[in-house]
Design a protein around this ligand. Structure first.
Ligand code: SF4
Length: 692
């Protein structure tokens, strides 16, 4: 008989590849599972994920400052009672002195659904504060805003991933799947094998772009103009599906009038994409029997990110794609639980079930499930960057609890955020490693990680899946559900909280019932029997693989066109900052790198990619390091020369803190609709060149 195997999912990205874990005295080993998303494939991060479990840098005991209240004193190990008591004392003193909203929570898109739900509930019921948001604000918020406006609901992919390989034409905007989700490339390979065409929009010659039928290379921050220009050409070429537009949508007249200003020569001037390539793209999309448009962070992390996603949705609606087989619009979620993380109430403006916190009916329903008076529920709070940038100020949060998020590396304008964090009265961080943010904390809670806990995640398709426990956490490590419940107990609100994941999930189901993301029919045993269940899933009903087949989730069932216009990146190149900086991920690293930078097999360099022509202009040679400067700060990167990137653009990965921190450079200008910062385009100068 072999060793017992635990089937679960990779801890990293939203593809949530199926894996099995085998535990023996030699450690934990990973094998791929034939799960519907990864079909037996894994990337190097998944293969090496078990290295996180017994890692020597793992936090095994709570940490507190040697001198309470003195953040210059060193962190020392402590018992749970001391760590929790210090935290609750800080919460109570802060709320008494500065009001309830002066205590805030910051969550993460890697938290299980149960944790995201309980953290949202803890903020509203345990702390009774409006101050809660999470790092998904930096990830999916723009696409979510646009999808809600157009479709009445936001599910990243409103169809199963398998539909992608069956489509006739795919327009992939701002996504480098080959590096971010390598096993998903088999869907693109199969699409091509079936004769489908792939058009990639990316200022870099990424590994994904190299396999495309056509690669459009726009100036970062001009995707909205590109989308409107494609719609202009679709109208001119007669590809608009007038019958679909008439029967299933509203508002096309205004959009049609708006895109009249996006004639091809003008769009070429704005985007840098030749007219012939724009025309060819429209021909590919318009003449295919079915077609799909997928956007990701490259298009969405801008000051006009929501409008950009909206422009691509407008194009998809005009071509009659959403709700049709192997067709539609979707956004590729990044974080492991980026989808579920935004549905259960850790967002500043939401309650569970993807309900708006300012909707009286939603407040009444959720308050009823929680056993409190709706009047007790706080209203909407500040968005992630707004909270971080006001920390320690008169009206801002003064006591912050951070769960599974490394904001010192992942937030834009790093120097300002770090200064604000250092001005807090009290900071508690729950994490598995001593991240850059945890290093600033007064108290650090050592948290259980993926292979040590039970729960659910919701992958990029809206498929709710099970995370299973293969082994017990080490040392005195506790699950975040337990940590939240322990804090609630000490605050005298323990009666409202349970640390049992199954009980939390069932309560989440009740709280979500009737909402857009309805989980009320999903149970742990159903998830196991059905290889995941797609939401919405009402009690006693099957899950919903494909949304919008008959109607959209708007009151009248019709999708909405929304007119949007190009304004350009928040920051344009100038004489002092003559180039465009854009950021992104590497295959071997993940998000803020808290986990992946500690895995030797995932070692990577934080290289700045630039075109050889640009390098020559500045006397830069292979092997050099360069200083990059923006209006926010400076950072130093090794140089990688590639002729795939636009000569006016510099790309840097965002997985590092310290001297190679991409977010020391990025622009925190916020999208007025989603409050997404403008990570993907700002003006940059090349400073000094450092020779080895
Ligand atoms: Fe893990 Fe994502 Fe890699 Fe799959 S693609 S193994 S989920 S990091």
């Amino acid at each position: 008989m072999g060793l017992p195997r635990t089937t679960t999912h990779c801890p990293y990205c939203a593809l949530q590849c199926g894996i099995s874990l085998t535990v023996d005295r030699g450690g934990v080993s990973v094998s791929p599972e034939n799960f519907p998303t990864n079909r037996g494939g894994l990337c190097v991060k998944g293969w090496t994920a078990a290295e996180l479990i017994g890692h020597p840098e793992r936090l095994r005991k709570p940490l507190v400052r040697a001198i309470a209240g003195d953040r210059h004193s060193p962190l020392r190990e402590a018992g749970w009672d001391e760590a929790l008591d210090r935290t609750v004392a800080a919460i109570s003193a802060g709320q008494e002195r500065y009001g309830r909203n002066s205590v805030g929570c910051f969550g993460g898109g890697g938290l299980t659904n149960e944790k995201a739900y309980l953290l949202g509930k803890f903020a509203r019921v345990g702390l009774r504060t409006a101050s809660i948001d999470y790092n998904g604000r930096f990830c999916m918020s723009s696409a979510a805003t646009a999808m809600n406006a157009a479709f009445g609901v936001d599910r990243g992919l409103p169809f199963p991933l398998a539909d992608v390989e069956r489509t006739g034409a795919l327009l992939l905007v701002g996504s480098n799947l080959a590096d971010t989700m390598p096993p998903a490339m088999r869907y693109l390979d199969e699409l091509r094998r079936r004769g489908g065409q792939l058009v990639v929009v990316d200022p870099r010659g990424s590994a994904t772009a190299k396999g495309a039928t056509l690669h459009l290379r726009p100036v970062p921050g001009t995707d909205l103009a590109l989308a409107n220009g494609l719609l202009y050409l679709a109208l001119r070429a007669g590809y608009v599906d007038e019958a679909y537009v008439k029967a299933r949508t509203r508002g096309f007249g205004e959009v049609r009038a708006g895109v009249a200003a996006y004639w091809p020569d003008r769009v070429e001037r704005i985007t840098g994409v030749p007219v012939a390539e724009l025309e060819r793209t429209v021909e590919i999309l318009g003449s295919a029997p079915d077609a799909m448009i997928l956007t990701a962070r490259g298009a969405e992390q801008h000051r006009e990110g929501s409008d950009t996603a909206q422009a691509f949705i407008n194009l998809a609606l005009a071509l009659g794609l959403p709700g049709r087989p192997y067709s539609g619009y979707g956004s590729i979620t990044g974080q492991g639980n980026g989808q579920g993380g935004r549905e259960h109430g850790q967002k500043a403006d939401q309650l569970p079930g993807y309900r708006r916190i300012d909707d009286p009916a939603a407040r009444e329903h959720v308050a009823g499930v929680w056993g409190i008076d709706p009047e007790e529920l706080p209203g909407p709070g500040p968005s992630a960057y707004e909270m971080l940038s006001a920390l320690g100020t008169g009206t801002g949060v003064r006591t912050l609890l951070v769960f599974a998020s490394n904001v010192v590396v992942s937030a834009p304008g790093r120097d300002h955020v770090l200064e604000r964090i250092r001005s807090l009265d009290f900071l508690a961080v729950s994490d598995i490693f001593l991240s850059e943010t945890a290093q600033e904390a007064d108290v650090v809670f050592p948290a259980a990680q993926w292979a040590e806990e039970e729960g659910t995640m919701t992958n990029l398709e809206g498929r709710v899946i099970r995370r299973r426990r293969a082994l017990a956490p080490p040392g005195e490590v506790r699950d975040d559900l337990q940590i939240i419940t322990d804090l609630a107990d000490r605050l005298g609100r323990g009666e409202y909280f349970s640390a049992d994941p199954r009980a939390v999930f069932e309560e989440l189901g009740r709280a979500s019932a009737g909402g857009a993301a309805d989980y009320s029919g999903i149970r742990y045993d159903r998830i196991e029997a059905e290889k995941g269940v797609f939401w919405p899933c009402k009690e006693g009903e099957p899950g919903t693989q494909r949304l919008f087949t008959d109607r959209f989730a708007t009151p009248d069932g019709r999708a909405r066109f929304v007119r949007v216009d190009h304004r350009g990146a928040a920051e344009q190149p100038t004489e002092d900052y003559p180039y465009v900086l854009t950021t992104g991920r590497l295959m071997r690293q993940y998000q803020s790198g808290t986990q992946t930078r500690r895995v030797p097999a995932l070692a990577a360099e934080p290289n700045a990619e630039m075109h050889p022509d640009l390098a020559r202009r500045h006397g830069i040679e292979p092997g050099d390091r360069v200083e990059l400067r923006t209006r926010r700060g400076r950072a130093v990167f090794p140089v990688e020369l590639t002729d795939g990137i636009r000569p006016d653009t510099v790309f840097v990965p965002f997985h590092w803190g310290g001297e190679s921190s991409a977010n020391a450079l990025t622009d925190p200008a916020l999208d007025p609709r989603s409050r997404m910062p403008a990570f993907k385009a700002c003006a940059v100068a090349i400073g000094g060149v450092i020779r080895p």
